[in-house]
Write a protein that binds this ligand. Structure first.
Ligand SMILES: Cc1cc2nc3c(=O)[nH]c(=O)nc-3n(C[C@H](O)[C@H](O)[C@H](O)COP(=O)(O)OP(=O)(O)OC[C@H]3O[C@@H](n4cnc5c(N)ncnc54)[C@H](O)[C@@H]3O)c2cc1C
Length: 408
């Protein structure tokens, strides 16, 4: 709807009135100077984006916090994390009616930027903060505008040698820097060459498996056959899918610090060890090293909140409806339809879905199905993140590398 030029507040009020009786997917156009949040009697409206032709697009989450709820949807998605948002977009584009129900007052789950320290005007990627495993095919399919930047420093590991503080710097941009740093730690060129050979294994692995991430699961035996074609593929399969990762690490590397550094990717968040026969450490390692075939972890410009906003916008454009602040009460599962009971603003609501898509953990689901949840040992883990806001970069005991490189 194009509005004639008129005083700003009046245009907003007009569109606000128009929205009152419309379903959530309605879009309205504003003058570009109108970005911001405006409060009406029963809702608030946020105008976020400008179009180049000097119109602005309304993409308010508040606007559709209270959509004209239908009683039936093709798909009801429980939880609006990034997986729920991607599913909602594909399903909406396929012509299905989709409703997302989210318990938080924001969209995106662990993919979010928040003002963690209320006294400071800084938005931090509160939980998840780097992108690697988001398939480029999905980014293209959904038309997401994401800028992902390379980190110059892969890792910096401080150590003490002969009573002196030093650091092992592995660079993403200069092989020579990494080689030199490794030489200073080990006194030989061999370890750097061996590290390159070891990291080549997950790269070869990724070549074989990455594209299957968007396909139905392939059985392990079938994968094994695919790796049979040459010696390096067979070595990758053996080292990463058949024997505990600790063996490959010990076979390739001699230095304990370097061994420990490599193992970090196999241990983050899970209770395991290099020789764990369950191969949990191998799985953890592979997830950290096969993303989009390079395994590189990049920084989203604008923080994770920018990723969540792009996903939310794509889902809304596909026609998906959202409710936030939802207090889920009960799930009724039948063969052909699924009932969802929840409270919102103190009122009881029910909706039916032909399909129910669950975007939260099995532990949460069990509560609504009156099931007891018994986690498997490999489901257990420990993750926490400390968010800090610094006035300046920390001073390091090792002084050879500039702080801006070592702590990046
Ligand atoms: C501290 C930390 C750091 C991480 N860092 C990274 C990283 O840098 N890069 C990376 O790729 N991955 C990272 N991860 C992992 C990543 O965040 C998750 O794998 C990913 O967010 C999972 O997405 P999801 O959509 O499946 O679930 P979630 O993001 O967990 O979304 C689930 C949604 O369901 C909602 N929900 C839960 N219960 C209910 C209910 N009863 N009713 C309605 N809604 C409900 C939640 O509020 C949430 O919005 C990190 C995880 C943590 C914990």
């Amino acid at each position: 709807m194009l509005l004639p030029r008129q005083p700003l507040l009046r245009s907003i009020a007009l569109v606000g009135e128009a929205l009152a009786g419309k379903p959530a997917r309605a879009f309205a156009f504003f003058y570009p100077e109108a970005t911001g949040t405006y409060r009406f009697t029963d809702r608030s409206v946020t105008i976020r984006k400008h179009f180049p032709d000097s119109l602005a697009l309304l993409t308010s989450s508040d606007m559709s916090d209270k959509p004209a709820l239908q009683s039936k949807y093709d798909v009801v998605i429980l939880g609006a994390g990034h997986n729920g948002l991607v599913a909602a977009t594909y399903l909406g584009r396929a012509g299905l009616s989709v409703l997302l129900l989210e318990k938080n007052d924001y969209i995106g789950g662990a993919v979010t930027s928040q003002k963690v320290f209320p006294d400071y005007n800084a938005y931090l990627s509160r939980y998840s903060y780097l992108v690697s495993l988001f398939p480029e095919k999905i980014i293209r399919d959904l038309g997401l505008k994401l800028e992902l930047r390379r980190r110059a420093t892969g890792s910096f590991t401080p150590y003490v040698k002969n009573g002196e503080h030093q650091g092992l710097l592995l660079s993403n941009t200069s092989e020579e820097t990494s080689r030199q740093s490794m030489f200073e730690l080990t006194g030989s060129q061999a370890e750097h060459e061996q590290l390159k050979k070891l990291y080549n294994l997950p790269r070869v692995f990724a070549e074989h498996v990455w594209d299957s991430m968007l396909e139905p699961l392939v059985a392990k035996e079938e994968f094994g056959r695919r790796f049979g074609r040459d010696e390096i593929s067979r070595e990758a399969w053996r080292s990463l899918a058949e024997e505990p990762l600790g063996r490959a690490i010990e076979r390739y590397l001699q230095n304990d610090l370097v061994r420990g550094l490599v193992l970090t990717d196999a241990k983050i968040g899970v209770f395991t060890n290099p020789h764990d026969p369950s191969l949990l450490q191998n799985r953890c390692f592979l997830y950290h090293l096969i993303g989009n075939k390079t395994g590189e972890w990049k920084v989203p410009v604008g923080g994770m909140g920018a990723v969540a906003r792009e996903l939310e916008t794509a889902a809304r454009k596909s026609g998906a409806e959202f409710l936030t602040n939802v207090d889920l009460r009960a799930l009724g599962l039948n063969r052909n339809k699924h009932g969802v009971e929840f409270r919102i603003d103190g009122k009881k609501q029910t909706v039916e879905g032909r399909f129910l898509l669950v975007n939260f953990g099995r532990n949460v689901l069990a509560r609504y199905l009156d099931d007891e949840y018994h986690p498997e040992a490999t489901d257990e883990g420990s993750v926490f993140k400390i968010n800090m806001l610094l006035r300046r970069l920390p001073k390091l005991k090792e002084t050879r590398y500039p702080r801006s490189i070592a702590t990046r």
